[in-house]
Design a protein around this ligand. Structure first.
Ligand code: FB9
Length: 485
């Protein structure tokens, strides 16, 4: 439509001086003409020159008065030709803004006598304002004064009108030639005659729709790489359901410990109890809880097998460490470095940083003669690989480690010391009943996967990171970010 009009017009005319007048003349929508001009110019069918004109357009208030008449005329017409009308009466007959502006303008034009009573001072008035607004609305010229007074009354505002003057271009033709945009089997026959579209090497490629890893899995991969680089091997954590025995008793955590009741732990209704436990080892665990041994005086309470048999959702991956250390003790001793990263479950109140499940990261080294110094050393090595080199250790308590330490790191970005984990040396009451040699020590530490991921990705609420409320876009557009770089 517009294209034929433009190319057709240029066939018999030197140029299109003003695309605006051309559109009006050929009853075309100027915006469509402009788009066609830009496209034809792209293919050099035409050469163009910008034309800028400052025009005036009516504001909404201006449009209202152009349609309904200026407020001063509306007010004048509301005043009776003879006699007068009370100001209140008059006010009721007009919209508030019309009355207000009408009074001041009609007053200024000395059209009416403004008092308690309002009466006409002239017989007839002409609505110049309305006339001027319509003039502008139809794009016709107006004189400076009217422009200034309408502008002052905020009934019109300036607008830049952009158009083009158009001439034939180097590739001008009365109608657009079909350009080939692709080398296909069909046009292999006649490609010599064909004209191919310019190749736009700047064009952005089509976004590749690909799978996206959840932020937690990206950070998990980085932790795994660090553990493997440090010579650790992963422990099998593919059992969310565990017996209280491996989750608590084997770790010398007494049966009346508060963490062992349903307020903190999810116990299973079905299957409610574990099937098998290594009986001889269970006997030794029972004894160390009840009366100690190995230099310990134990907890001195009646240890109940049925309590140990209860199945639960593991509350920490340390339950896997106890299984692996027991398995290690059943064979001639070899030093080991193990790690685990997997889900653990705690019946805790859900808030900004806590859900009923999170991923625990745990590392342990089992070897002869290890000391607390070795633990501090490996923690410094581990966290330095995460970019956290300024560490502080605070004495802490865990039922299964003595001594225990909370680990803190100074986080430049947050400008404060952040608790980044917990650690300790597994108690002899845990290791010796397993059958590990006297001089074997096990140093271990743990942290969560969610906390570092939230800090790295700037996620404030854990529910935005994990669970059914996660916005998939977050997964699609979260960048790869390296810990500690
Ligand atoms: O992850 C934790 N903090 C953390 C870790 C990394 C990090 O990196 C940032 C990029 C810079 C930031 C923060 N914490 C452990 C500390 C706190 O968040 C704490 O309030 C919450 N803890 C969880 C348990 O909540 C009840 C985090 C979780 C945790 C705590 C302890 C262990 C594991 C996970 C452990 C252990 C342990 C101890 C001894 C032997 C074996 C295992």
């Amino acid at each position: 439509m517009a294209e034929e009009a433009i190319l057709g017009f240029l066939q018999n005319n030197e140029q299109i001086t003003d695309s605006g007048q051309f559109s009006a003349e050929f009853n075309l929508d100027h915006n469509e003409v402009v788009n066609v001009i830009k496209s034809l110019h792209g293919f050099r069918y035409i050469d163009v020159q910008d034309i800028k004109k400052e025009t005036w357009v009516l504001t909404d208030e201006g449009k209202k008065y152009a349609a309904e008449g200026s407020p001063e005329v509306q007010l004048f017409l509301a005043v009776p030709e003879e006699g007068s009308i009370s100001k209140d009466e008059l006010q009721k007959k007009l919209a508030p803004s019309v009355f207000k502006i009408g009074c001041s303008q009609a007053g200024k034009n000395k059209w009416v006598e403004m008092g308690k009573q309002v009466s006409r001072k002239v017989k007839h008035v002409e609505d110049k304002v309305k006339g001027q607004l319509l003039q502008i609305q139809e794009g016709k010229e107006s004189d400076k004064d009217s422009i200034n007074s309408l502008k002052a009354r905020k009934l019109i505002v300036p607008q830049i009108w952009k158009g083009y003057s158009v001439k034939k271009g180097p590739n001008y033709a009365p109608e657009r030639k079909k350009v080939a945009t692709d080398l296909t089997r069909e046009n292999l026959q006649n490609w010599k005659e064909l004209e191919f579209k310019e190749y736009n090497f700047e064009a952005k490629g089509a976004p590749l729709e690909a799978g996206h890893l959840h932020a937690l899995l990206k950070v998990r991969k980085q932790f795994k790489d660090i553990f493997v680089q440090m010579g650790f091997e992963e422990m099998p954590t593919n059992n969310f359901v565990e017996s209280s025995f491996w989750n608590f008793d084997a770790l010398f955590q007494p049966q009346q410990h508060p963490a062992r009741d349903s307020h903190d732990t999810f116990f299973l209704k079905v299957p409610s109890t574990t099937r098998t436990l290594p009986e001889d080892y269970v006997e030794r665990v029972k004894r160390v809880h009840e009366s100690g041994g190995y230099g310990s005086r134990g907890y001195n309470y009646d240890w109940k097998r049925e309590e140990a048999n209860k199945n639960l959702l593991r509350t920490h991956t340390t339950a896997v460490s106890s299984r692996m250390l027991y398995a290690l003790a059943q064979k001639p001793f070899v030093p080991k470095k193990y790690f685990s990263i997997d889900r653990v479950f705690r019946n805790e109140a859900v808030d900004r940083t806590h859900l009923a499940e999170f991923h625990q990261i745990e590392g342990l080294i089992c070897d002869r003669g290890l000391t607390l110094g070795d633990l501090i050393g490996v923690l410094k090595d581990f966290f330095s690989r995460l970019g956290m080199s300024k560490l502080r250790f605070k004495p802490a308590y865990n039922p299964y480690t003595e001594p225990s330490m909370e680990i803190f790191s100074y986080h430049e970005g947050l400008g404060k010391w952040v608790e980044i984990g917990n650690s300790g040396m597994f108690r002899p009451e845990m290791l010796l009943p397993m059958g590990l040699p006297e001089d074997v020590r096990v140093i271990a530490w743990g942290l969560s996967l969610e906390r570092p991921t939230m800090i790295l990705y700037g996620i404030d609420n854990i529910r935005d990171l994990f669970g059914h409320k996660v916005d998939l876009d977050l997964i699609k557009r979260n960048p790869i970010c390296r810990i500690g770089i």
